[in-house]
Design a protein around this ligand. Sequence first.
Ligand code: HEC
Length: 184
Amino acid sequence: MKSFEINKIAGGILGTLLFLQVVYLASNAIFSHPVPKPMEPASNGPASSSGASKPASAAAAPAEELAAYLGKASVTKGEADVKVCQMCHNLAKGGGVILGPPLYGVVGRARAAVPGFQYSDAMKAKGGTWTPQDIFIFIKDPQAFVPGTKMTFSGEPDAQKRADIVAYLDTLSDHPVPLPKPAP
Ligand code: HEC
């Protein structure tokens, strides 16, 4: 009788533990635990206080080089691939604004330089010049290169296509900019 009661108590405890174990496993499955982000700029501490945290995180992704794709770049293919841009961009010399600024002569042009086009604050603040390499990277993921840009183009992942596009855009100019030497 006594041992029967002990068995009952022990069984009750084991049952409870088993139940808790199941709850624990289920909660683990339901609530995903945040994975620590090793590249968080905040973890760099004061070392990156001079605004260095941004270029550092941008440099974390391996830089894609236009030069590596220029050897095979085709202006003819670029002319075909640029159709998607022409929804929003006028490519003709003296062309006006569509949804975006005209792109004749854009290679080597200062950023946000078309008078009368309402650029985003992000684009105005970016500064600098549209080098061939910059355009190559920008059209891969516009929001990544200029966070807050109003160019709502999702991006062209194919690097060869982007090289073709840059090579073609460079021909749309009175003074084409020399493209980087194709890398072997
Ligand atoms: C859905 C419309 C849309 C499409 C498609 C689009 N763009 Fe744009 N683009 C814009 C807008 C709007 C801006 C102005 C961005 C800003 O002010 O932030 C812009 C800006 C730019 C600029 C900067 C121009 C300057 O004067 O500073 C370049 C370069 C550019 N686009 C290239 C391209 C290329 C190349 C393609 C095709 C691969 C393309 N865009 C596709 C809308 C578009």
